[in-house]
Design a protein around this ligand. Structure first.
Ligand code: AMP
Ligand code: MG
Length: 340
């Protein structure tokens, strides 16, 4: 199969919509990361997404909408908080889990009786969903297990020959996948942190719980609230270690341990350790979210064997950065302050 790169002209978006309407899969831009989109109601089409990614069948897909009224065909029940949350955060990087309707095939929901719904804010995603006239099931457009793509080029790197087309809508703005929430009591539980932060959700919800799976390893046999969290994710080929502690302790650790083939993953150049190669991905949590996945891919291109990563903050969007880098590191955290 030849993978076509499409721009955002009306003609090209119509061509992309035509592929989706006839049961195909297209790489599409969203404000979080690029997605692999198919008609969420069409089980055969959705199976092609799983095949292209090599995604485990029990890992559910998020269903994307371009108008609130589309929810009624997707969810069998809409929890009372959805209205206020949608008003405040949609279109945007928030996925809400609701009981699924009969129209959503089990293959889309990974066998669950619930479905995650999101209204993306990327203008091209919105236009495409509108042109298709159906909600689009769309997981991140990477091969299963590798870092999510934040540009059309990175989708092409993973999906060339596997899907008929990719729409190039520029770099994804947020850079990490959406915040996933489930409804619980009078509030919500964060199953996956993202661009809509705990602090922002608290402006609308009486209570916000962060699921233990966000910061802790889930065994592959366990029943996870958010199935994606149990898989090794976002992992570059390099062995990543998160070095927790002050900048001084980080520098000391790297100076003592670095060998040929190692690379530092830093927030800014000023943190560099003499002679050890490095990549920087941003000073603020927002910049880090935007740049993390691209940085992980660049590390692989450079052939880094081991990566010493500085430890992100855990508040605001930093929680999403920390959650992703923890998985990229296979939960390997080193406390540099207590190193001999
Ligand atoms: P991706 O689209 O690749 O970012 O993955 C979507 C992720 O959202 C999944 O891996 C799950 O962790 C989460 N998710 C989607 N639908 C549900 C659902 N019905 N229940 C719980 N988690 C969900
Ligand atoms: Mg993904």
């Amino acid at each position: 199969m030849i993978t076509r790169m499409l721009g955002c002209s009306v003609k090209e978006l119509e061509a992309a919509a035509e592929i989706i309407k006839s049961g195909g899969v297209v790489g599409i831009p969203t404000e979080t990361v690029y997605g692999l989109a198919a008609n969420a109601f069409d089980a055969e089409a959705v199976r092609k997404i799983f095949a292209a990614k090599g995604r485990p069948a029990d890992n559910p897909l998020i269903v994307h909408i371009s108008s609130l009224s589309m929810i009624n065909d997707i969810a069998s029940y809409v929890p009372p908080l959805v209205g206020d949350l949608a008003k405040r955060f949609w279109p945007g990087p928030l996925t809400m889990i609701m009981p699924k309707s009969e129209k959503i095939p089990l293959v889309t929901s990974g066998g669950l009786d619930t479905v995650g719904i999101r209204f993306p804010s990327h203008p091209v995603a919105m236009r495409l969903i509108g042109l298709c006239g159906v909600p689009l099931a769309a997981p991140s457009a990477n091969l299963s297990g590798s870092p999510s793509p934040t540009s059309a080029k990175r989708v092409f790197d993973d999906m060339n020959g596997r899907i008929p087309a990719i729409v190039d809508g520029g770099e994804s703005d947020v850079g990490v996948e959406s915040t996933v929430i489930a409804f619980e009591g009078d509030g919500v539980r964060i199953l996956r942190p993202g661009g809509i932060t705990r602090e922002m959700l608290l402006e609308v919800c009486p209570s916000v719980t962060v699921d233990s799976g966000v910061l802790n390893e889930i065994s592959p046999d366990a029943v996870a609230r958010s199935p994606g969290m149990k898989y090794k994710h976002y992992a570059p080929k390099a062995e990543v270690r998160i070095i927790r502690g002050s900048l001084e302790a980080y520098r000391e650790y790297v100076a003592k341990n670095a060998q040929d083939g190692d690379c530092c993953l830093l927030f800014s150049e000023s943190e560099a350790v003499g002679g050890v190669p490095y990549i920087c991905y941003g000073k603020s949590s927002k910049e880090q979210a935007h740049g993390l996945f691209e940085a992980l891919r660049v590390l692989d291109e450079r052939g880094a064997k081991r990566v010493f990563a500085r430890c992100p903050e855990t508040d605001g969007v930093g929680l999403a950065v920390y959650n992703r880098i923890l998985r990229a590191a296979g939960f390997c955290i080193i406390d540099s302050e207590v190193q001999e």
